[in-house]
Design a protein around this ligand. Structure first.
Ligand code: UDP
Length: 457
């Protein structure tokens, strides 16, 4: 019997590669063949980051496509990155599909594409593949996209996404109320990126109302309970890796596993974990203030200082800081975050509230100290602090800095709040229930697998 063969295409950013690779691992477990598309740059980074790990890369077939980046392009420029990919991808995908058709038993049967890469859907459709969109964010941001026409009609924003009426608004009663300044596209300071991101949100919103199947990394009851979702949206999350299986994780930086050994030596519920994902950057002043706040808090901590986290890195400052906090604080370049958050010594998660980090924290029952930076992170903060009530906001002072005193204050408040921990554990129980046998996400994933299987026969 022919096996389904999925061609999987993520946006080449860390927070997109990780969940799509996890989805791929699960499809392999269910008998699928998977070909995973990396850009050349990412593939080189992933293989290099994994060179010392015991993960088994062989169950998934990795292929590469050009990055579409031209000399002089700023690698952190999201718009250029997407435009470059849009230019090179159609031909590369056509070629990949053509080649796979020529090898017996290797024909692709479905195309699972990151919503940010959905412009390539036509290539796959033309080749007769079943197409599926993967949405790596939360349902809340998806619903914001589909509510844009209403926001325009209500006079909250104009046709370009610019704010017309400043203030708070609420899309539906199950969503946190939010500031117009926190709409996902509003945080981009340059107008070109802002309009690009607005158009993108609008397009995503439109997709909800088509027949296109959308897999969303969330679970029933987390962001919606009462509102009925369109039938083409399948919530299948949280997509977290089973740490016992040595499956590829797709890290762009080499994970430092010695922090797990360090955590093993700490008391239960005693360590603050601080990580801001793969993209967030701090200026020097905020970076130092954060370090000094951790020092002032007098608590144990594990801090991910990713290369590039601080724009103008002061190596001397970090070295002096490290020696002052030796024994009670550990600093790593990249942590095996899901494993860290599952560790019993972790008391709270100081996070930028990227969607993956949000899911990973909540699925492990960890309360949050929210420090959002851009895009959908303010919406996640709203859910955490106002709807689930499993975290606190870190507030800026008059100089637009989260001060060391604020850090100490919020760490103490959160770590002393038993009710918060109880709610976090209740949320974890709901996440577990959803992915366990008989749960919503479990059944939705089954339903997806059988749809893809049926399409082969
Ligand atoms: N991550 C990790 N180790 C780190 C920091 C982050 O494994 O030291 C992972 C984290 O578990 C998450 C992803 O990187 O899966 C970051 O995605 P998220 O959506 O939270 O943030 P983004 O990087 O997209 O801003």
């Amino acid at each position: 019997m022919e096996r389904p063969h999925a061609l999987v295409l993520p946006l080449p950013l860390q927070g997109h590669v990780i969940p799509l690779l996890e989805l791929s691992n699960r499809l392999v477990e269910r008998g699928f063949k998977v070909t995973f598309v990396n850009t050349e740059l990412n593939h080189a980074r992933i293989t290099s980051a994994m060179s010392n790990s015991s993960c088994d890369m062989n169950q998934i077939h990795f292929v590469t496509v050009p990055d579409g980046i031209e000399e002089g392009d700023d690698p952190s420029d999201l718009v250029r990155k997407r435009e470059g990919l849009r230019r090179v991808l159609p031909a590369s995908l056509e070629e990949l599909i053509k080649k796979s058709n020529m090898v017996e038993d290797h024909k692709f049967t479905c195309f699972i594409v990151d919503v940010f890469m959905a412009s390539t859907l036509d290539v796959a459709k033309k080749a007769g593949l079943h197409t599926v969109i993967f949405y790596p964010g939360g349902l809340g941001t998806l619903l914001i996209g589909s509510s844009i026409p209403k926001l325009i009609a209500d006079g909250i924003i104009d046709e370009q996404g610019e704010v017309k009426t400043k203030g708070k608004f609420q899309i539906n009663l199950e969503m946190p109320s939010m500031e117009t300044a926190d709409l996902p596209w509003q945080c981009f300071p340059d107008v070109k990126t802002k309009h690009h991101m607005f158009k993108f949100s609008l397009n995503v919103g439109t997709t909800i109302n088509t027949e296109e199947l959308i897999l969303c990394n969330s679970f029933f009851g987390l962001e919606n309970g009462k509102s009925i979702l369109p039938p083409n949206i399948l919530l299948i999350g949280p997509l977290l890796a089973n740490q016992e299986l040595k499956k590829p994780k797709g890290y762009l930086w080499e994970e430092n596993t010695s922090c797990i050994t360090w955590l093993d030596k700490q008391l239960p519920n005693s360590v603050i974990y601080i990580a801001f994902g793969s993209y967030t950057m701090f200026d020097h002043c905020q970076f130092e203030e954060l370090a000094l706040g951790l020092e002032l808090s007098d608590k144990r901590f594990l801090w991910v200082v990713r290369p590039g986290l601080s724009r103008d890195e002061d190596v001397g400052f970090l070295a002096r800081f490290r020696s002052r906090v030796e024994g009670r604080g550990m600093i790593v370049r990249w942590a095996p975050q899901q494993q860290v958050l599952a560790h019993c010594s972790i008391a709270c998660f100081m996070s930028h509230c990227g969607w993956n980090s949000t899911l990973e924290g909540l699925a492990n029952g960890v309360p949050f100290l929210c420090w959002p930076y851009f895009a959908d992170q303010f919406i996640s903060q709203g859910y955490i602090c106002d709807i689930w009530k499993t975290g606190l906001r870190m507030n800026l002072d008059g100089n637009k800095v989260v001060s060391r005193k604020e850090i100490k204050r919020k760490v103490e408040e959160l770590m002393g709040d038993e009710e918060m921990k109880i709610r976090a554990m209740q949320l974890k129980a709901r996440a577990d229930k959803s992915v366990n046998k008989g749960g919503h996400s479990f059944e939705n994933f089954n339903c997806f697998v059988s749809r893809m299987n049926t399409s082969v026969h």
